[in-house]
Ligand binder design. Sequence first.
Ligand code: URP
Ligand code: ZN
Ligand code: ZN
Length: 461
Amino acid sequence: MSKFDLVIKGGTVVTASDTFKADLGVKNEKVIEIGIDLCTEGAEVVDASGKYVFPGGIDPHTHMDMPFGGTYSSDDFKTGTIAAACGGTTTIVDFAIQQNGKTLKDATDTWREKADGKAVIDYGIHISVTDLNDDILNEMPEIIKQGYSSFKMFMTYDGLRVDDGTIIRTLMKVNESGGLACVHAENYYVIDYLTKKFREEGKGEPIYHALSRPDLAEGEAAGRAIKLAKIANAPLCIVHNSCEASVSEIARARAEGYPIIGETCPQYLLLSEDNYREPDFNGAKYVMSPPLRDKKNWPTMWKALKDNTVQFVATDHCPFFMKQKEMGKEFFAQIPNGAPGVELRMSLMYTYGVAEGKFDLNRFVQVTSTNAAKVYGMYPQKGTIAVGSDADIVVFDPNVEIVATKSMLHENVDYTPYEGFKLKGAPVVTISRGSIVAKDGQFVGKEGAGKFVIRKAPTLI
Ligand code: URP
Ligand code: ZN
Ligand code: ZN
């Protein structure tokens, strides 16, 4: 019997802390040896010479098959995870939405039905708490034990938003039960007022989506959520930070020693509110919340990513076809919120982060994989290359130069917000628990091969 099922040979291995030349020996879905000139007899061999060997990407914020604004996001767990795999991501964490009057278990059952047997890479599931009562609070310890250890609360959106009472109670219960609470931070009342005002004034174009959701409305909500976390003596993760107004709140709290975690997304580092002014309703492509911001936020966002004010980059992948976006042709508030991004995250972060000198290779691994694994209770099973870890690996060619365009992508949607973006560096082989799932940008894996990841308590970083 051969020693290894798979050997990844001759590459430069990069982890969150180290960069070194080595072969990786994989057996039974795990990395079992890291060394020089490993025996390849009887094993499948991936030639990684001249390439980087990274831990598989972890995208901790996706919305597959998500009901939103009277429609559903257009990628399901099959198409969305194929796209993720082709882009070098080996684990996603998606959000199960609690329906009004239903339990958390109902939400996780619904999401497991969407994902099990369909996903091609591994997946965790957060829960979005939308309707809290004592029974739901009492459900939390058991649901956390089952591996659903993080809970997002929306501070805005009609039908999904929760009040501050829900936030503080959830923060306390989740923390004492070994989980992590997260928030979508935007001030509901500001947005509601401005949206109604723009409607009365006949201002319906996509740019008014951004103007109805000012950066300070995000900063206010982030600051308020942080104060609630301080009162609850609990950690908190603020997802999809878009601007200086929110990351400055995180920076301040972290400087004071509070365990506040921040996420951002490529769109807030690379796109701006100018995109909403693209003609012919093209601005609708970028309608997401929080909205794209003034470019002047970009340096602050990159700095926050480098200096660990923000710990990881997710995509908030939530695609809708332009036909779906047209639901809001007359008025921006009817455009379903969200945009695609799961397939380009690794290349975008390598190109505009590493190749442009904003941070080094080890920081790239931290923000695209390791830190999300730690915060969301998957480390060291995921998020690193170490003996005993899952063989979730991406072989990445730093010399590939391509221009992003929709036709090369697998996302089930008819545009990419990154059309025309120059990319330097791309995944050439993606390996999920020892099996090759994508090669040269094409899917070669199996529907349903992805497994649910039982996540544990957060490691705060
Ligand atoms: O616009 C967005 N972000 N849509 C997905 C739902 C959310 O708020 O994360
Ligand atoms: Zn959100
Ligand atoms: Zn989201």
